[in-house]
Design a protein around this ligand. Structure first.
Ligand code: PEP
Ligand code: MN
Length: 351
């Protein structure tokens, strides 16, 4: 819907608008009210170039799109009934829990294997473990490819599928070769559109999951959904959207908790939402509350940093990893809350 700056377009302005519409194969239908007129776009209005051309006209205030800019991620897309499997859980619908270390210590395999067994016993559906780490400082530990072998050994011992972050094409290739079950795109890489495409291309027509974090620099939720569209457009619809806190504005929390956007994501897309409470609030004692909140907002799962001995952990683990005991209790509690929240799911978001 095109809203002009003034009550009505002059004849020459309407003509110019119609010419632009014609270039994109759509038509303009004026709707005249008593006070002012608005102008409908008839046809496919998903082209961003079309919208930019119209919004660039000096006599246009704005264009309100009715069709969503994401063709594949929208609830109207042919993928709207797609389900993503995490272990035995089918999302959306079931509630899944992904748990494990922020960072795998390449020199302490036993510690990760101990955590892996403990999160399995607690009832987790997938094991997480950081092999390569995006660190703010180049002097911090950057991860180690040897940790990939440890992650694979943990998979073999527990039978749990595994998730790890990839930041570039080489890491992606290694993980695809190793048949890593779920590739994480971290908050810092979520705006790396070429990497998103490469992930989609390399995992096209496979069961590989992609856990896409929301960048702390993303604004409107449509920006997040369009990032997922990059992956799905290459042929892999097994995407999970992961809010993980946005730029910190609340002193005391590591990032600004954003689990509430689960409601908006579910209204606009079919993709499951798996919230990361750990990076959102950033402190182990706060994490359980953020997990419960995520379930209450209707999330399809949580990804929680968990460590059998957080004090001996690396990266984020000493400050924000919960223990397997806490995880076990949380799995019971979040499942209950998830079931309660489902009763309030709006029609469009019902699963
Ligand atoms: C992580 O999961 O350990 C991580 C680095 O996450 P994020 O990209 O959300 O900061
Ligand atoms: Mn971390």
């Amino acid at each position: 819907m095109i809203i002009p700056l003034h009550p009505r377009l002059a004849a020459a302005e309407l003509k110019e608008l119609e010419e632009i519409a014609g270039e994109f194969g759509v038509r303009i239908q004026p709707i005249h009210g008593n006070e002012r007129s608005i102008y409908a776009i008839l046809g496919d209005e998903t082209s961003q170039d079309l919208i930019n051309r119209i919004e660039g006209l000096p006599y246009i205030e704005r264009v309100d799109r009715i069709q969503s800019p994401y063709k594949l991620m929208s609830r109207e897309s042919k993928l709207s009934h797609h389900r993503v499997m995490v272990g035995k859980k089918s999302l959306p619908g079931d509630f899944c829990v992904i748990a494990g270390h922020c960072t795998i210590d390449p020199n302490n395999k036993q510690l990760f294997l101990e955590t892996a067994m403990a999160v399995k016993e607690a009832g987790a559906d997938m094991l997480r473990g950081g092999v390569w780490k995006p660190r703010t400082s180049p002097h911090s530990f950057q991860g180690d490819a040897r940790s990939l072998d440890i992650l694979l050994e943990a998979r073999a011992q527990t039978g749990l599928p595994v998730n790890t972050e990839v930041m570039d094409f080489d890491q992606l290739k290694l993980c695809v070769e190793a048949k890593v079950d779920s590739l994480q795109i971290g908050a810092r890489s979520a705006l790396n559109y070429r990497l998103l495409q490469q992930v989609g291309e390399m995992t096209k027509d496979t069961q590989t999951k992609v856990l896409l974090k929301r960048s702390m620099h993303m604004g409107p939720v449509s920006e997040f959904i369009l990032a997922a569209e990059y992956i799905v457009a290459q042929g892999n619809p097994n995407v999970m959207l992961c809010p993980r806190g946005t730029v910190p504005t609340i002193e005391g929390f590591r990032n600004s908790p954003d689990e509430s956007i689960t409601l908006l994501l579910k209204e606009r897309t079919w993709a499951p939402v798996v919230v990361d409470p750990s990076h959102s609030v950033g402190k182990a004692v706060y994490v359980p509350f953020a997990c419960l909140a995520a379930a209450a907002y209707g999330a399809d799962g949580i990804v929680v940093e968990t460590h059998c001995q957080p004090k001996r952990g690396m990266g984020d683990d000493p400050k924000q990893a919960i223990t397997p005991d806490v995880l076990a209790q949380l799995i019971r509690d979040t499942r209950q809350i998830h079931a309660s929240a489902a009763r309030y799911a709006p029609k469009a978001a019902a699963t």
